[in-house]
Design a protein around this ligand. Structure first.
Ligand code: SF4
Length: 374
């Protein structure tokens, strides 16, 4: 079984922290959907005969598309791919463009999971992040989706925003809990170079939250969500009643997937493909019948490192036998450091599987970097 990711490269406006591939020029969405539909046809054999287990429409902002564009997209998917009987189908949506008609259409096409980009329930932080919606839009869109029968809703939140105190974080978490979502993804604000915040930072105009404060907020979030019966199954992801994101979980478990659309990636166990992250180059090439991608053939070292990077962040941990037997990871050169990390209580090992401890989760990136096969 495999996953299908469809990248919709448009947004209403650019959030100041975002370095995803998107354009705010939405005059050619129809042409783009035509190109993506054609790519779906061209790539139909990429996954061999694997049936599709999960479909994830992300971006950008998929919910920006009109009804006719969604219809075309779903038609292309169902014409060229066969799915398992009840695939997980997720659409990423922003609160400001989730209309009743669109939600109804999503349901008709089998969408059973929504991922709503809420980020904060406080307008001052939404404005600071340059989000296009306001807090009340988020609440209204969530309630509307519930009324229409969506039983699996994920919300995205951000913490560690400048000037965000613990009281503000507490407020956002309590508002999230009032909505009672099945899944919460919560990320610490990171500053990427080619973003507005990155630019402010280079000019010395951006004051990041001190690490200890950020760690305190993260600790509070984990404790509060755990008390409310949310399971932390990945560093930034929490769910109730085993409502894991099946699509993202398959990325973390190295299961193959096809990504279509500009900037999308694909993985088939041996190589990765990266579609060009330029809307016009992409559309021109697709028109000529050619998918514009670069390919990287993955050697044992890349596969081992990818497995380490993804698995260690999850509750399922990193299986040392898989790492050494399948990917020839040189365990001998890392054994001493692994033992130290266990002694320092950053990781623990049970039946040959390494897991991050609560303390280790705060320093996940640093710990993983130390274990990489360089
Ligand atoms: S809506 Fe999402 S993809 Fe678009 S700019 Fe904001 S964070 Fe990035």
């Amino acid at each position: 079984m495999a996953g299908l990711y469809i990248h919709i490269p448009f947004c209403k406006q650019a959030c100041y922290y975002c370095d995803f591939h998107f354009s705010t020029n939405t005059r050619y969405t129809e042409k783009m959907i035509k190109a993506i539909s054609r790519e779906l046809e061209l790539q139909a054999s990429y996954l061999d005969d694997d049936r599709i287990n999960t479909i994830y429409i992300g971006g950008g902002t998929p919910s920006i598309l009109g009804i006719a564009e969604f219809e075309k997209l779903f038609d292309a998917v169902y014409s060229h791919y066969s799915t398992v009987s009840n695939p997980e189908i997720t659409i990423e949506a922003n609160p400001d463009d989730l209309s009743y008609q669109k939600l109804k259409l999503f349901k008709e096409f089998g969408t059973n999971r929504l991922s709503i980009g809420i980020q904060s329930f406080q307008d001052r932080f939404l404005e600071f992040l340059n989000r296009a919606h306001r807090s009340q839009d988020a609440i209204d869109s969530f309630n509307q989706a519930r009324e229409l029968g969506f039983e699996n809703i994920s919300i995205d939140l951000i913490f560690s925003i400048p000037k965000q105190s613990m009281t503000h974080v507490e407020f956002d978490i309590s508002k999230a809990l009032e909505l009672n979502p099945e899944h919460i993804s919560i990320y610490s604000l990171t500053i990427e170079n080619k973003t507005v915040f990155g630019n402010w930072q280079q000019k010395g105009k951006f004051k990041t939250v001190p690490e200890e404060e950020s760690a305190r907020q993260y600790d509070f979030i984990i404790s509060t969500l755990e008390k409310e019966k949310y399971e932390q199954y990945e560093i930034s992801n929490f769910c109730r009643d085993n409502r894991y994101s099946k699509h993202n979980t398959s990325y973390w478990k190295n299961i193959g997937y096809l990504g279509v659309g500009p900037g999308a990636h694909s993985f088939n166990g041996k190589s990765r493909q990266f579609n060009v992250a330029n809307n016009h180059v992409y559309m021109k090439s697709i028109k000529e019948g050619k998918v514009p991608f670069e390919m990287e053939v993955l050697d044992q070292r890349s596969l081992a490192n990818e497995y380490l990077l993804t698995s260690l962040r999850t509750k399922w941990g990193c299986d040392l036998r898989k790492l050494t037997k399948l990917y020839s990871y040189p365990i001998r050169t890392h054994r001493k450091r692994i033992e130290q990390l266990v002694a320092e209580r950053f990781i623990h090992i049970t039946e040959n599987i390494i897991y991050l401890t609560r303390k280790g989760k705060f320093l996940a990136d640093e710990i993983i970097a130390e274990l990489l096969w360089i």
